[in-house]
Write a protein that binds this ligand. Structure first.
Ligand code: UT7
Length: 325
């Protein structure tokens, strides 16, 4: 039994923050950001828009595209590192906002790999036979945890949400296999130090800017290329496929240089990689479903083609999904 992506939808906020505007806030330039990352602009949520609000709009679009009734949904998973609050889960908040039944809801925290981890988990729960229709969402308000005085990180991220309806029957891309993993040996490579039980909020944690995202960009870059290549190879091998047989890759949209390096190492032509990071930056768990939705809208997939969705993120986590369109 293979899960089917019955519908997909995405939403990004209206406000565009381009590199030029950013260069008025921090010591950076359009040229530096473009050449080092490929990013030109990103979307920023309004102050009153929380992650659940971004998720709700994307979810409604996915429900419409799947042509199902909201009452059919019996499982909600929200992948996010920027939940509305520590608890309750953003998935529970969203259940009420969408007027769903009193169904199972939880958040999944695997950073930028979160959406693909969630597909992996939803597929397993659907295969158990205990659930029939999953709403899987990646949603982030990254602007709420960025240090707008740190040019090394604030230029990289954006806000948005993408959602999918996953069922075990019907028409749509089939989810053929998954490969998820993690290496927890060096959590401080990419983290938000304060606000949890290790460093609860205090005057000094705020004064020291510990509630913002911190990253060792160089190390993350190297790990990203390595783990996404490995996850892709292992996924293909487990499903009896070679890299030549891949028609499309939708990679995590973090940095175009990471995508280029991965393409080279996998010997998959760069033209097969779908990228939209120039318009959105890195939207963390939302990046893959937003890219997937935009690629669908552009009509780039043909029936029967094979695709790989692959992501890496804080943890470090990684996850790859094989799709037959
Ligand atoms: O979802 C996972 C999220 N994270 C990532 O994907 C990040 C992965 N890493 C990267 O994408 C890259 O490492 C970055 C884009 C973050 C940085 O690119 P880099 O080529 O590794 O640059 P760097 O960190 O080596 O910095 C080079 C120089 C430094 O100046 P000095 O020390 O050589 O004088 C930085 O201070 O560039 C400087 N720099 C900037 N200059 C202008 C760093 N950020 C900026 C900036 N504007 N925004």
């Amino acid at each position: 039994m293979k899960s089917v992506l019955r519908g997909i939808g995405s939403y990004v906020p209206d406000k565009i923050l381009d590199n030029h505007e950013l260069s008025l806030r921090v010591d950076t330039s359009d040229e530096w950001i473009r050449t080092r990352t490929g990013i030109i602009e990103r979307r920023i949520a309004a102050p009153e828009q929380s992650t659940s609000e971004l998720a709700r709009i994307a979810a409604q679009k996915a429900i419409n595209s799947a042509k199902i009734k909201p009452e059919q949904i019996d499982l909600v998973i929200v992948a996010t590192i920027t939940p509305d609050m520590a608890f309750p889960s953003t998935a529970c908040i969203l259940q009420h906002q969408l007027g769903l039944g009193k169904v199972a809801c939880f958040d999944l925290e695997a950073a930028c790999s979160g959406f693909l981890y969630s597909l992996d988990v939803a597929d397993g729960m659907l295969a158990s036979g205990r659930y029939k229709c999953a709403l899987v969402i990646g949603a982030e308000k990254m602007s709420s945890i960025l240090d707008w005085e740190d040019r090394k990180t604030c230029v990289l991220f954006g806000d948005g949400a993408g959602a999918a309806i996953v069922m075990t029957d019907g028409e749509g891309p089939h989810l053929m296999g998954f490969r998820s993993g993690a290496d927890g040996s060096n959590p401080s490579l990419l983290h938000q130090p304060a606000g949890g039980s290790k460093m609860p909020a205090s005057i000094s944690s705020v004064e020291n800017r510990e509630h913002f995202l911190k990253m060792n960009g160089k190390e993350i870059f190297k790990s990203a290329v390595r783990v996404m290549e490995k996850a892709t190879r292992e996924l293909l091998e487990a499903n009896g496929l070679r890299t030549k047989q891949v028609d499309h890759v939708i990679p995590h949209q973090a940095n175009f240089r990471i995508v280029e390096s991965m393409a080279q190492r996998l010997e998959i032509p760069i033209e097969k990689f779908f990228c939209n990071l120039e318009l959105h930056g890195n939207t963390s768990a939302a990046s893959i479903p937003i890219a997937f939705d935009e690629a669908c809208q552009k009509g780039i997939f043909r029936k029967g083609e094979m695709g790989v969705l692959v992501a890496f993120g804080a943890g470090l986590t990684w996850s790859a999904t094989l799709v037959r369109f």
